[in-house]
Design a protein around this ligand. Structure first.
Ligand SMILES: O=C(O)CCC(=O)C(=O)O
Length: 276
């Protein structure tokens, strides 16, 4: 339920879980639908992946699906679902604009995604972005659930550095000072986690023997934004129509941790040199 306490929790931590937002039937149907985009068995199926079948990296056959809503109606309908709109509108105070979908399969044994901030990539301006991260499987620490760092929604976009590619399939990560620790978000299939675009988050490897950790992810820009990075166009209203939007600049200033009165504070004094 989206009550005052839920909104306060989101404002305090930068994230909140909507439990059971999608029914078991809807979640089963979404999971089955998106599995049809990938081979049914590791090593089988998609002929485009012939070379990749030679490697033992499970992500080669189950790489994430990017922007399915641009060609797939199921993904589009989920992206602009009225329940997601109601939650984001309540949490942020206005209706968002929809810009991205992704499906993560994360089969057993696969790497996670190093800690990062979504706003580093989206560059919603002014303001920030927000994610709706829906669990298509029950997820916990064993299968590499999402990890979030509470309270990081109030910091600027941090400067990035190289991630450990043995643990992460993406190459960028950010530093965290003592006192900022990722916490696992344990979710049931059908739950949706909403988190602010500045929130530092990511996931660790799936250490289970045989469990997928599938997730359907939507990214939105918060209502007052007028520009977003080029890759996220076209920008959609929550009724699916396209809205005219500016293209935001990449790069610029980024945050580094400094100590003020013994407390770590992220200040936008660095200059981003990495490609987003
Ligand atoms: O699901 C994951 O492991 C990471 C997802 C993520 O970082 C994102 O949606 O921005």
């Amino acid at each position: 339920m989206i009550d005052g306490q839920t909104i306060e929790q989101y404002q305090h931590d930068g994230y909140v879980v909507a439990h059971g937002l999608f029914s078991a039937e809807e979640t089963d149907a979404l999971r089955a639908h998106f599995m049809s985009f990938r081979p049914a068995e590791p090593g089988g199926g998609d002929s485009r992946n012939k070379n990749l079948q030679k490697t033992d990296d499970p992500l080669r056959l189950y790489s994430r699906l990017m922007m399915p809503h641009r060609s797939d109606d199921v993904a589009l309908r989920w992206l602009i679902d009225a329940r997601i709109n109601a939650w984001i509108s309540a949490l942020e105070g206005s209706e968002p604009y929809a810009v991205q979908t992704m499906v993560y399969y994360k089969p057993a044994g696969s790497r996670g995604q190093a800690l990062h901030q979504d706003q580093f990539y989206l560059r919603a301006q002014p303001g920030t972005c927000i994610a709706a991260w829906m669990a298509l499987d029950a997820c916990d620490e064993e299968n590499g659930c999402l990890q979030v760092v509470p309270g990081t929604h109030n910091i600027p976009v941090l400067c990035t550095k190289d991630a450990d590619l043995t643990l992460s399939f993406t190459g960028d990560t950010v530093d965290l000072p003592d006192g900022y620790t990722p916490v696992p978000v344990i979710m049931a299939a059908g739950d949706v986690l909403f988190f602010n675009g500045q929130v530092v988050h990511g996931s660790f490897p799936n250490t289970s023997r045989d469990r997928f950790r599938r997730a359907l992810i939507g990214h939105y820009v918060v209502g007052q934004a007028q520009a977003v990075s080029e890759w996220y166009h076209p920008v959609l209203r929550m009724d699916g129509t396209t809205v005219d939007f500016g293209i935001s600049e990449r790069g610029g200033k980024c945050g580094v941790w400094v100590e003020r009165d013994g407390v770590p504070v992220a200040e936008a004094v660095g200059v981003e040199t990495r490609q987003q």
